[in-house]
Every structure is written in C-alpha cells, then in structure tokens.
Design a binder for this molecule. Structure first.
Ligand SMILES: Cc1cc2nc3c(=O)[nH]c(=O)nc-3n(C[C@H](O)[C@H](O)[C@H](O)COP(=O)(O)O)c2cc1C
Length: 168
C-alpha cells in the first residue's frame, strides 16, 4: 500500500491547485494532502513517500508558510523515505531566481537519509539562474503558471509517470 503525503505552501493558490492535481493523478490508496500552514508533521511518520511543493516569493525566497515551518520539517525523521519536490515560479519576471524556493526546500533537508526522486531536465525552460538546478537538472518539477500554464499538464503527466515506479 502506497502512503503518499503531499505538503504544499501557496500564497495565491497556484501551488495548491497543482498539489491537488498531483493528488488526483497519483490515484494512490492513501494520499495525505496538506497545506504546510496546518500540517501536523507527526503525520509524516506513517508516510513512506513525501512530495513537497512550494512557490517562490520576494527575490528567490521560499513561500512564507514554509519559511516558518522549516525547523519542524528538519526534525522529521526522513530516513528511508522517498521524497520528490515541485516548485512554482515565474521564469520571465524572475529569470534570475526561477523556482528558487524549490531549491531552498531541498537544501533545508538535503542529506537527511531520504531517497530523492523526480529530478527533471531544464530543457524547454527559459531562465537565467535557479537555486533549484543542481548538477544540471532541476531537483524536482518546475512549473510556471504565469507564463507557461499551457505546458503544465504535459509536464505534470511526464513527471508523475517518472516518479510512480520509484514510490514505495
Ligand atoms: C512579488 C512576487 C515575487 C515573486 N518572486 C519570484 C521569484 O523570485 N522567483 C520565481 O520563480 N517566481 C517568483 N514569483 C512568482 C510566483 O512564485 C508564482 O506566481 C507562483 O505561481 C505563485 O504560486 P502560489 O500562488 O502557490 O504562491 C513572484 C511573484 C510575486 C507576485
């Protein structure tokens, strides 16, 4: 049985809407879909798979609700769990900090013993710089609802297809 938690931070609902779509498309038996502002992190103890999503605000900042809860996330025992990330941004207006929040989220828990899945190619994106790019790839799924919402569905589908075999 696959237990999947999807935790998102969202200021104007874009990330929330994507999180809902992911939950639907995964059609797992047990999906815990939670806004980071209200999640009880102790619920993650029962989840083998965790998907974390955030948008980016300011100039390359993590979404506000995530900011205040990072210390709690860092206390969660992620050993042996499978983690994937998704991030929303605006690659046109914020080309130098595109989807940085996703990279910051990853960096906050990097090395905590989880299996990291769902990296994606930067092909097809147009931006100058992103903290979410490590070793030439996005550490998760980057989406741009401001300029490329027409690509979201196909990006989502391809990503979900790529992570499903990796989930435990
Ligand atoms: C004031 C402001 C600052 C932003 N800063 C960034 C940024 O630095 N990098 C980026 O990729 N997107 C940035 N964005 C775009 C948002 O991340 C994007 O609109 C996202 O879809 C919002 O998702 P949410 O509604 O889930 O918070 C910014 C948007 C606004 C309005």
């Amino acid at each position: 049985m696959k237990n999947i938690a999807i935790i998102y931070g969202s200021s104007t609902d874009n990330t929330k809407n994507v999180a809902r779509k992911i939950a639907k498309k995964l059609s797992a038996e047990n999906v815990l879909l939670k806004d980071v502002s209200t999640v009880d992190f102790s619920d993650l103890a029962n989840c083998s798979n965790i998907i974390l999503g955030t948008s980016t605000w300011g100039l390359g900042d993590l979404q506000d609700d995530w900011n205040s809860r990072i210390p709690e996330l860092q206390k969660v025992d992620l050993t042996g769990k499978t983690l994937a990330f998704f991030g929303l941004g605006d690659s046109s207006s914020y080309s130098d900090t595109f989807a940085d929040g996703m990279g910051l989220l990853y960096e906050a828990i990097e090395g905590k013993g989880f299996k990291h899945v769902g990296e994606t190619s930067t092909d097809g994106y147009s931006f100058d710089s992103s903290v979410a790019v490590k070793n030439g790839k996005f550490i998760g799924l980057a989406l741009d609802e401001d300029n490329e919402s027409n690509l979201t569905e196909q990006r989502l589908n391809a990503w979900i297809e790529s992570i499903i075999p990796e989930l435990q």
